[in-house]
Design a protein around this ligand. Structure first.
Ligand code: UT7
Length: 326
């Protein structure tokens, strides 16, 4: 019997900062509206290259921190909605760029819940004992699918990557303890990329309509996100006898500070137990959760109880209980 233990965490955000003031010169918006409604002050933008550029930077840091040689890695899984190419997988590109000659891997897609869903999958693979050093990287270059003339979406998204190392351990106390994931397809019309897909490949007309970019009916998604995140957090907390006292950290997907606050309230958690970096990075989709862990790494203590949770397009939602073991 093995447990999948998180043995390293790293992150990367591009240097370029797009703040609310600069955005207000591009679309009809303002700092006060964005901060009040979302909690976002600024986001990072990758000017050159694809998502793998950020994955590689994050993984380089992870390898250094965990004292791992590229050829020791046996599994690399990338969760992203903005792969470098539709074909081949971004994991493949990363293996090649970093010289991970003994690894195999693949990409997954579950919108903003990708990191939670894929953590469940990869931890089960690691629990088998077959994979000794598995890397999960959540990364998105959201700027590549964001329409900077649409104020409903362009204020929200940013670029970034976060990675974790997972290793099997016989010490059952630490690691990925429990997970609950859901998807129901009820929100497909409310959050999507309409064109440039198998049913509707890109044409000149759809490009003229900006339909290759992300679309969101924010209000509809908001209502579902508040309920979905709070419900699944409650479910995983109850099942694992966690309370507002013995839960040390909530690590929520960073889509909107108001959704995060509502989830924390339902769990009875004070602000100091909630990881937050939406103000500086915005919604980086698959990177928000590992970037939070990376940001708060110094505050984490061995034995801390963490609940990671997310809600995203589809709809998809889920929560993971981790006992921190570093
Ligand atoms: O990560 C995946 C899951 N996604 C989410 O969880 C996101 C969920 N949704 C949200 O976070 C919020 O719905 C948004 C932040 C996207 C929007 O906030 P909202 O409070 O739902 O605003 P709204 O779209 O209902 O717009 C309210 C008002 C409207 O004006 P009127 O009709 O009341 O006069 C909008 O036209 O604010 C206006 N508005 C803006 N004003 C300035 C909308 N966007 C902007 C803007 N700047 N960027």
């Amino acid at each position: 019997m093995f447990r999948a233990k998180i043995t390293g965490i790293s992150g990367y955000v591009p240097e370029y900062i797009l703040n609310n003031e600069e955005l207000s010169t591009i679309v009809d918006t303002n700092d006060e509206w964005i901060v009040t409604r979302t909690g976002i002050k600024e986001r990072r933008i990758l000017k050159e290259g694809g998502t793998s550029v950020m994955c590689v930077k994050a993984i380089e840091e992870l390898l250094a921190k965990t004292n791992t040689k590229p050829e020791e890695v046996d599994l690399v899984v990338v969760t992203t909605v903005t792969p470098d190419w539709p074909v081949p997988a971004t994991a493949n590109i990363i293996c090649q760029k970093l010289g991970m000659t003994k690894a195999w891997g693949f990409d997954t897609q579950a919108a903003c819940s990708g990191f939670i869903f894929t953590l469940e999958a990869v931890s089960k693979m690691v629990e088998s004992g077959k994979y000794k050093k598995a890397i999960l990287v959540g990364a998105d270059k959201m700027s590549s699918i964001t329409n900077y003339t649409d104020r409903n979406t362009c204020i929200l998204f940013g670029d970034g990557a976060g990675a974790i190392m997972l290793e099997p351990t016989t010490d059952m106390e630490y690691g990925v303890i429990d997970c609950q994931c859901y998807m129901d397809g009820s929100g497909i019309e409310n959050l999507n990329v309409k064109r440039g897909r198998s049913e509707y490949p890109l044409t000149k007309d759809t490009i003229d309509l900006n339909e290759q970019y992300i679309y969101q009916d924010g209000k509809k998604v908001f209502v579902k996100a508040v309920k979905g995140m709070a419900d699944v957090v409650e479910e995983v907390m109850k099942r694992n006898h966690l309370s507002s006292e013995n839960l040390n950290w909530l690590v929520p997907h960073q889509a909107n500070k108001r959704i995060i606050d509502a989830t924390a309230d339902r769990a009875g958690l004070s602000e100091d137990k909630v990881m937050l970096n939406i103000q500086k990075f915005g919604n980086t989709t698959n990177a928000t959760i590992p970037l939070c862990l990376w940001d708060y790494e110094k505050k984490l203590k061995k034995g801390d109880n963490l609940i990671l949770c997310a809600f995203g397009a589809g709809y998809t939602w889920g929560a993971v209980y981790v006992k921190w073991g570093i």
